[in-house]
Ligand binder design. Sequence first.
Ligand SMILES: [Ca+2]
Ligand SMILES: [Ca+2]
Length: 239
Amino acid sequence: MAALTMTFAVRPGPAFRRGFTLVEMAVALLVMALLVAGMMLPLSAQQELRARRETENTLNDIREALTGYAAGHAASDGKPYLPCPDTDDDGIQNRSASPGACAALEGALPWADLGLGRDDAWNNRFRYRVSAAFSDSGAGFALNGAGDIDVCADSACAAGSKIAGGIPVLVLSHGRNGFGAFNANGFMHAAPSDADELENANGDNRFISKSPDGAFDDLVIWLPPSVLINRMITAGRLP
Ligand SMILES: [Ca+2]
Ligand SMILES: [Ca+2]
């Protein structure tokens, strides 16, 4: 150690000015290349994860906004009601009569009425389904209100795969593949070929909710009747 200290004391310059050898340069470049490759590969996966998380957050906000809408709106009979689907892409719900029933029970989310949720992270409209018994602005829903929307884990919807039934309202994003969705320009994407995705796009009252796989990437949320009605009781809107 003493000798080393001496060397530095006498000739400090060259020891520090020594450049990299070719071998060191090659090793450094190799390490950098590996690091860059390691960061590049999962980048698209990271973006995809971020888009899903963003859409999940929007869906949760939509669920809250729907509860808020029901709490803040009174039908002709004084009871709360949920908004109707938007059927002409202006974000405003469409009714066959005012007050009255919805023009259709399924369409786009009435985002303008809710003040949020126009598009998912892939710039497609959210699909919105509401039960007739919960969306009539002439006669609102009561404590015993029964929805007619079912959610299953697969399109067969056998007894074991039914997740929830009698749901008042459901909102979904068609996910990254966008099959079955339409966007801001009224452009309709191709219909899904996957049976479970098709179930979410065929306009009936059955929907599929499950983890994404190679073919299925839809995100689905709903308001169970117990949650909606309890929130109305808390808000003093139902006895
Ligand atoms: Ca409309
Ligand atoms: Ca999809």
